[in-house]
Design a protein around this ligand. Sequence first.
Ligand code: PLP
Length: 396
Amino acid sequence: MGDTTSQRSSAILETTPELPLFDLRLREQDLQAVAEVLRSGWLTMGPRTKAFEEAFAAQLGARHAVAVSSCTAALHLAYLAAGVGPGDEVIVPSFTFAATANAVLYCGATPVFAEIVSRERPSLDPEDVERRITPRTKAVCVVHYAGYPAAVDRLRELCDARGLQLIEDVAHAPSATLAGRKLGTWGLAGTFSFFSNKVLSVGEGGLLCTDSDEVAALARSRRSHAMTSGTWDRHEGRTDTYDVVGLGYNYRLDEPRSALLLSRLEHMEEDIARRRELSARYHRLLGEIPGLIVPFAGSDLADSSCYVMAVMLEREGLQAQVARRMREQGIQTSIFYPSIHRFSAYRERFPDLSLPITELASQTELTLPLFPHMSDADQDRVVDALAQALELEAGQ
Ligand SMILES: Cc1ncc(COP(=O)(O)O)c(C=O)c1O
């Protein structure tokens, strides 16, 4: 393992399967960057957060990057910046993590769930989005599922034509592109996640990017209780006092995580390059297994950040059994994602909503292990175990 540290070697995670879904490996320089902050004695948002924001914005090609405590917080601020409030509707996919829709509810607005295109292309369907627009629709939020670009160009045209704001949930897709343009820069704002299993992970953290000076100003203000100055400004003697000029939140990121992000950002492209290699190999090997659909097969992986490796079992009713057989082989799988509208809290709000393509995807999807230091042999184990599990289940 050399000069790195890994979750896999941690004694606290004794229950981790031999081959986990995701494994984080930090470099010695990452540990040093954090140790330096801890020794500095300044831990809340300050100069390292600013340095990280500048580096991230430059890499993305966006005018502004505002670091926050999570992607959920960034989504909340993005919806507020889009003017979303009580009585409004925001069109979102249901085939995503709950945060995409929850943040709409934080604004007192209603999420309107739209379909994905297909199991082969499980991204928001622009045609279904168009069908669901009403006079109350304020915004559309597109998710770049698994790191692969959704049809954000068509959604942009649609939103422009209908006077709607477009938000990109880019939690899965740092550095991914469509037509040479980075994801996250197509709409009013893009929201990134640095949660522990993400491409750029530090445990918890998020970021809102935007080209709009007004949106950036709103996000900067609201992430810290809409105070006119921060603790760092006062520490630096720039001002002694502050006013509170709106309803804000504590969505600040802290300095240890900013330092870790800054350090890890230097290697993000290298990590993504390895993810692409592994995903290309997965696509090739999995494409030969009968009974499987491989989403985004044939797409250009250079456009994707290859965040997770999703497969869909052609037949319904096998998901739990195949996952169980894989776990018995020491391989962790997951479901990205159960449909949001089928969760108890959402079913109460939308008891009659039916989204057949999304529901079928949720019932047949399995997410396979993928992380940059995974070996080809690890991958072969996953592919063989999956092929065997499917064969056994098909014979039942
Ligand atoms: C698509 C999507 N949106 C939003 C989030 C929320 O991110 P965070 O955990 O940083 O709040 C996630 C994270 O899991 C996600 O996958």
